[in-house]
Design a protein around this ligand. Structure first.
Ligand SMILES: NC(=O)c1ccc[n+]([C@@H]2O[C@H](COP(=O)([O-])OP(=O)(O)OC[C@H]3O[C@@H](n4cnc5c(N)ncnc54)[C@H](O)[C@@H]3O)[C@@H](O)[C@H]2O)c1
Length: 283
């Protein structure tokens, strides 16, 4: 997919008054993450332009955002129902480099670029542009409207001003920012993905059924979901692409070793909740 496909644009605005440094936001990719980021940015008073490759996808994003807002309104106004009436694209380095390189040529000088990548080095993505000081990472979590954390990634070239602006932007969105270095997986995925892979390996060795491992981690460690449930929720293809990428970077690291079972399920198209089957079946 190339920059030429960025032709369908939908604009969303909110009337809320704002004073923060970032006022206009462009989100590239209106899938799972992009739609969520658009929703929280618009709800906190930013002008948001959402870009995707077809009008149909944008319609789906808009319907998804509407559904999410309805659920939030229902919760928020449970007692009073009448009252309730520049960042995602696929996880591929070359695609992201092509996109940011093209945007770099047309975006105003003061525009800050941020990538929501889960696993690619921000430095590698930024290297396709001439604005290394105005490039950082903003890593949101799924579902974006519910999850409070944003990892703000500062590369060795990100300026302090850019970093402070991204931290401020995260706070304006109502999120809790944490500072991360540009290292694989930042904080959360660096700890979470090896744990998920270890759960798979434990199961592959025949040392526990997936059901028992899930129950054990929920009741024994107090986790809200077991590792196999979380695999299905995140998407097996997403986890495979993360682990394959890290394995390529550090082939000797046993924590980053691929899993035959994960590879098999992905090859069979069993990607988790989104396809109706992963480790478990969904109706
Ligand atoms: N899913 C997660 O939990 C999660 C969490 C944090 C970060 N991320 C990262 O966010 C990014 C998006 O993930 P997602 O789960 O939302 O994927 P997704 O497949 O739901 O959405 C990607 C969207 O990008 C669009 N797109 C692809 N190429 C494009 C182009 N050239 N121009 C415009 N739009 C284009 C697609 O049409 C699609 O709508 C990935 O880099 C992923 O690693 C995902």
């Amino acid at each position: 997919m190339t920059f030429a496909t960025l032709q369908f644009v939908r604009k969303m605005t909110s009337s809320a008054a704002r004073t923060a440094a970032i006022k206009h936001v462009t989100v590239i990719g209106g899938g799972l993450m992009g739609a969520g980021i658009t929703q929280v940015a618009a709800a906190t008073g930013h002008t948001v332009v959402l870009v995707d490759t077809s009008e149909d996808i944008l319609k789906k994003s808009a319907t998804g955002i509407e559904g999410s807002l309805t659920r939030i309104a229902k919760k928020k106004f449970a007692d009073k129902p009448e009252a309730g009436q520049e960042f995602a694209i696929v996880e591929n380095l070359k695609t992201k480099q092509e996109l940011f390189s093209a945007l770099d040529k047309v975006a105003p000088n003061h525009t800050i670029f941020a990538s929501n990548t889960s696993s690619l080095p921000i430095t590698d993505i930024a290297s396709s542009t001439a604005r290394l000081d105005r490039f950082g990472g903003l890593h949101f979590f799924n579902p974006v409207p519910m999850m409070k954390l944003v990892e703000v990634i500062k590369t060795s070239q990100t300026s302090q001003e850019t970093f402070d602006t991204l931290v401020d932007f995260s706070r304006v969105l109502g999120k809790h920012p944490v500072l991360c270095k540009d290292t694989p997986g930042f904080i959360v995925n660096r700890l979470l993905v090896p744990y998920l892979m270890e759960a798979l390996r434990l199961h592959e060795r025949g040392h526990g059924s997936k059901e028992d491992i899930d129950v054990a981690m929920k009741l024994g460690a107090g986790y809200p979901m077991g590792p196999f449930e979380l695999h299905d929720y995140v998407g097996l293809d997403t986890l495979k692409s993360i682990i394959d990428g890290w394995n390529k970077m550090e082939p000797e690291n046993p924590l980053f070793a691929p899993s035959p079972l994960l590879n098999k399920l992905v090859a069979e198209g069993k990607l988790g909740k989104k396809t109706g089957e992963g480790f478990y079946k969904y109706k």
